[in-house]
Design a protein around this ligand. Structure first.
Ligand code: ZN
Length: 303
């Protein structure tokens, strides 16, 4: 009997102890959704341990032509906050948000100076003629990060200090990255600062850093270049002595390979435009992606 009493007492004691001292501040993490991998990286850097993040279009995925699954609708419905690019990038999104009844939607590109889409090729997304690829200018990435920080602070004021500190640390890294890009491009002779890519994803990069990108496929990955377009590009490469052509991780490689073969231009390493690589690849984060792209451009464009 004594022994049983002792057990019961110690059990009650343990129970009282566990009620009095909950495990060290395991507040439930804020459920957040980001639409694509590059944006997911920004959100994770700011949200840190306070958020539980789901990214809908993962590494290597093409967010222009994505088809959301029923599971995505549930994820959006469950999330406390949904981060989107905006500028018409996620053409499939408005329906998903309508059907899932998402709560807070944050357009992270809000505040960037939008560029017009260069081409009038067929798009399957409705972006009102704007170029959605604003993240390719590091200065714009900083605007995204500021928007993400402000939205998280509004929604979860208890974490304000954490979000502000995380954002400040990440913004400092982006400042350093911006200087890296500028000095890498400055080392390329001005007359060689022109390249061909398969879809028109580098407008913001081109404008910010002074490179000329020519894209036979237009602004989306679902548009087809005609034989006439290809012939025109090949003539242009020869006439303007364009040193290199590039593939992107989201595009069909055959078009660029054909252009390279017929024009004699160098084929550069794959550029990352709309999606990160898997974590163990060369562009597992936004910062690594930009570094990879400037290395690839420098290598192919230097004399
Ligand atoms: Zn794109």
């Amino acid at each position: 009997m004594r022994r049983r009493d002792f057990c019961a007492a110690s059990l009650i004691g343990a129970l009282a102890l566990s009620l009095a001292e909950p495990a060290p501040a395991q507040a439930p993490r804020l459920k957040a959704v980001a639409t694509f991998s590059i944006l997911g990286d920004f959100v994770q850097n700011v949200g840190g341990d306070r958020i539980e993040l789901i990214t809908l279009v993962g590494p290597g995925g093409d967010a222009h032509v994505y088809t959301p699954s029923p599971a995505d609708a549930r994820r959006v419905a469950d999330a406390a906050i949904v981060f989107v690019n905006g500028l018409g990038f996620e053409g499939w999104l408005s329906r998903l948000i309508k059907t899932s009844g998402a709560k807070a939607i944050v357009e992270t590109a809000k505040g960037v100076t939008p560029l017009k889409s260069e081409t009038e090729h067929g798009h399957n997304h409705d972006h009102g003629g704007l170029d959605p690829h604003a993240w390719q200018n590091v200065a714009n990435a900083k605007i995204y990060v500021g928007n993400i920080r402000d939205a998280l602070v509004r929604l979860d004021p208890a974490g304000a200090d954490v979000y502000q500190a995380n954002a400040a640390a990440y913004l400092a890294k982006l400042d350093a990255l911006e200087r890296e890009v500028t000095s890498a491009i400055e080392r390329i002779p001005p007359e060689r600062r022109k390249v061909i890519t398969s879809h028109d994803a580098f407008g913001y990069f081109a404008k910010a850093y002074g490179l000329q990108f020519i894209a036979p496929q237009g602004g989306s990955t679902d548009a087809e270049a005609s034989a006439k377009d290809v012939a025109r590009i090949i003539r242009q490469i020869r006439r303007e002595k364009i040193p290199a052509v590039f593939l992107e991780n989201v595009s069909d490689p055959r078009l660029i390979q054909r252009i390279a073969q017929e024009s004699g231009a160098r084929v550069g390493q794959e550029l990352y435009s709309d999606a990160l690589s898997p974590p163990d690849g060369p562009a597992g984060t936004y910062i690594d992606m930009v570094r990879h792209n400037i290395k690839a451009l420098s290598a192919a464009l230097s004399p």
